[in-house]
Design a protein around this ligand. Sequence first.
Ligand code: IYR
Length: 223
Amino acid sequence: MTVQKQFVPHTEYTEYPANQMKKRARLFYEDLKRRRTVREFSNRDIPREVIEDCLLAAGTAPNGANMQPWHFVVVQNPKIKTKIRVEAEKEEKEFYERRASEEWLKALEPLGTDESKPFLEDAPCLIAIFAKSYGITENGDKVRNYYVKESVGIATGMLITAIHNAGLVSLTHTPSPMGFLNDILDRPDNERPFLLLVAGYPKEGVKVPDITKKPLEEIATFM
Ligand code: IYR
């Protein structure tokens, strides 16, 4: 069987003159640098269309063989948020009291995290991100997906960036294990919870850890 390849002109590409390119790169960095993960949220609602556009932005991510192996469940219902909080806190209690090594707990100290996760109820929006380990056709056949973690990781990064760009804040929360999300959110076996993104406005007067990012020389090598 030969597959007919379909190509169309890339009319939406825009080239910027070098000076404009430099300015745009700098401004984008300056803006992204303001992004901070917050752990305390206001209960103010956020417009649904903003979440929808952020998800559409995430869905443009490059991914393996264009299988788009992700599914996003947006939770705004307070009862479902409470269920998620209860189950997440059970896992987190285990983590902080038993599962985490001393070394791991020490690494987390500057962040001030613990097993209490009030943000799972306070924030107006939880986005559960699922990675589809395989796809299923209309006839129920399995379809292979490729580079699933890489693909979903890239889409998640773009979602976080889109949320920041909209003027909201987020928290990447990773209760582990997160299997309870399949039960609560009724997702099928071919979807694995990747992470839980908490989104909304920061609580008034919120404080963030006094931490810094590594300088360029440390994170990059030019040859
Ligand atoms: N999942 C736990 C622990 C935790 C782990 C890492 I690595 C962090 O950067 C932050 C927290 C929690 O959410 O508290």
